[in-house]
Design a protein around this ligand. Structure first.
Ligand code: FAD
Ligand code: FES
Length: 368
């Protein structure tokens, strides 16, 4: 009887192993698409090995589409036109594509698999995005959960970017995290500094990249990043400016203010910084020094959750009601917003509906 049971177990295990082997061979055979061609903008032809996503196939050839969510299909940053060879739109793409985008062949490059020759269209300025090698030069604790980190470029490289743009850093495997990931971070230093960049990174509990940055990264470590990305950058006009940021959303605004100092602006500017309590405030002295420097600049921190012991004398609650002190000429006001998706949605709605600021003059980067 016991022998029979052992024979049955051995037979079942054998069948299991055989099936697994067939699956592996079938998968290798099915996903072996050989060499395929990617034609870009009707001009350039790349040859890649089929089977990977369009996003990573382009990345292998040093063409870096923005991919703020790291290819998870949640940010929509990697949209591009696939004119031929992309196959049908996948269910994972639909939530991020409008009807007119779908009709216009727009796809998510991180979801489209390159299986055969494919024709795509991407903006020409994507070719200016590069991959940089850098070394961590300084790590500063701004608050209990926000660090400022300086990346010195290696190999004599320099970076050109507009104040407000972002880069994507590549993590290294650590602890249980076996894969590298890419995450987007706004550059907080001014564009006039070209041989290093500073980022401001807030710790997200359980977050893959921010845990690596806050608990593993140290001065001297080498890090790769790509960039610059994004259309959230300071417009060169004379309009009044309203800056609104929360948490690490201070990063691109810092870059913009330092750039404006560099070019000697006289624009009227007000900066509302939303935080929960005094322990979430940082770089306050630097902002006060800018108030002294600029002809017409006010920095207004607003706390949503200050408790009595903090003895906070400043503004409290939501930032929106205080805009009336700052917006005098809505037709001539630009707004730059940066922070959580919820904050951006609320502020944008209020600026349009309550204050009459034109939607096309509201620029934002959502960190969600
Ligand atoms: C254009 C752009 C610029 C950005 N710039 C900055 C910046 O300058 N500084 C900065 O700190 N961050 C910035 N971010 C956010 C950053 O890219 C990451 O999303 C964030 O740091 C979390 O990464 P992670 O790998 O640690 O977390 P993940 O491993 O991606 O996420 C872990 C969990 O946390 C949740 N989560 C993700 N992000 C947040 C968040 N911000 N708050 C709360 N929960 C979250 C996720 O839903 C998930 O459940 C930016 C994002 C974008 C799109
Ligand atoms: S990289 Fe974020 S949706 Fe494609």
């Amino acid at each position: 009887m016991l022998l029979r049971i052992i024979q049955d177990i051995a037979l079942m295990s054998g069948i299991g192993i055989l099936l697994a082997l067939i699956m592996v061979i079938a998968q290798r055979w099915l996903s072996n698409y050989g060499e395929v061609a990617i034609n870009i903008n009707g001009k350039r032809d790349l040859t890649v090995t089929g089977g990977s996503s369009l996003l990573s196939s382009l990345g292998e050839k040093q063409i870096f589409l923005p991919s703020a969510c790291g290819g998870r299909g949640t940010c929509g940053a990697c949209k591009c036109k696939v004119l031929e060879g992309g196959g049908p739109i996948l269910p994972t793409e639909r939530p991020l594509l409008t009807k007119s985008e779908m009709a216009d062949n727009v796809r998510l490059a991180c979801q489209v698999k390159v299986k055969n020759d494919i024709q795509i269209q991407i903006p020409e300025d994507i070719f200016n995005i590069r991959r940089f090698h850098s070394q961590i030069e300084e790590i500063v604790d701004y608050t209990y959960d926000i660090k400022g980190i300086t990346f010195k470029l290696l190999d004599g490289e320099t970076i050109d970017f507009k104040a407000g743009q972002y880069v994507q850093i590549e993590t290294q495997p650590y602890a249980k995290i076996k894969e590298k990931v890419m995450r987007a971070y706004s550059i907080s230093s001014k564009p006039e500094i070209k041989d290093r960049i500073q980022l401001i990174i807030r710790y997200v509990p359980e977050g893959i990249c921010t845990t690596w940055v806050h608990k593993y990264l140290k001065v001297g470590d080498k890090v790769y990043f790509t960039g610059p990305y994004g259309d959230f950058y300071l417009r060169d006009t004379n309009a009044d400016i309203l800056f609104v940021a929360g948490g690490s959303g201070k990063a691109p605004i810092k870059s913009m203010l330092e750039h404006l100092k560099e070019v000697g602006t006289t624009r009227k500017m007000t900066y509302f910084f939303g935080a929960r309590s005094t322990k979430d405030l940082y770089l306050t002295e630097e902002m006060r020094a800018l108030e002294e420097h600029f002809a017409d600049f006010k920095y207004v921190p607003v706390l949503s959750n200050a408790n009595a012991e903090e003895n906070w004398q400043g503004k409290t609650g939501y930032v929106m009601p205080y805009f009336k002190e700052a917006i005098h000429d809505p037709q001539n006001t630009e707004a730059y917003l940066c922070g959580s998706p919820g904050m951006i949605a609320g502020v944008k709605k209020s600026l349009i509906n309550d204050y009459g600021v034109a939607e096309e003059k509201i620029y934002y980067d959502s960190f969600g």
